[in-house]
Design a protein around this ligand. Sequence first.
Ligand code: GTP
Ligand code: MG
Length: 195
Amino acid sequence: LFAGPVEFLKGVVAMDGLPPADRVEVCFAGRSNVGKSSLINALTGRKSLARASNTPGRTQEINYFTAGDSHYIVDLPGYGYAEAPPAVVARWQALLRAYLAGRQTLRRAFVLIDMRHGIKKADEEILSLLDKSAVTFQIVMTKADKVKAADQARILEQVRVALQKHPAAYPEIVVTSSEKGIGIPTLRAIIAGMA
Ligand code: GTP
Ligand code: MG
């Protein structure tokens, strides 16, 4: 689906380390442990391209992947609770916000929401930042394999209502499970379709 293989490019720790803004760029944001790195692995069909783990705060840099020569796919550090020293967390939180607000060529931010929990206060803060920065964001529900169909409908309704007050929200919500492969082809097509 992508024009070439997906490869790790670099881990970025400061805004001046960002690669040239010369292609379509999408990023994956969300609370710590929501499943950002796992989703990138599922999307690319490579089990351990992005490092995933059960420890919140696993991803501590802005990790760039190239998909062919047309796209950057960006794995972000999580926000919210993390098992890392507070000073370290503060540094990557500042970088995360600077990136989301200031990356000119960022085409769309996929904001991941755990299907078991719905939108939390920490998510609302990020969504408001994206509104303010005029960055289109699309909600991706994760870990759908852990939620029964009836509960999924209820959570999706809560998310739809919450999105009404966010002008930067893209209306379509994607329901996924990296574990079961649910929604992965849909998400891949959305990204590959951005020329
Ligand atoms: P940070 O980098 O720490 O912010 O976390 P992350 O958002 O990158 O989450 P990561 O992909 O590392 O996944 C966190 C945990 O959730 C891991 O134990 C994954 O195996 C698990 N996980 C991720 N996606 C799914 C899913 O679709 N279903 C289930 N059941 N577990 C998942
Ligand atoms: Mg991660």
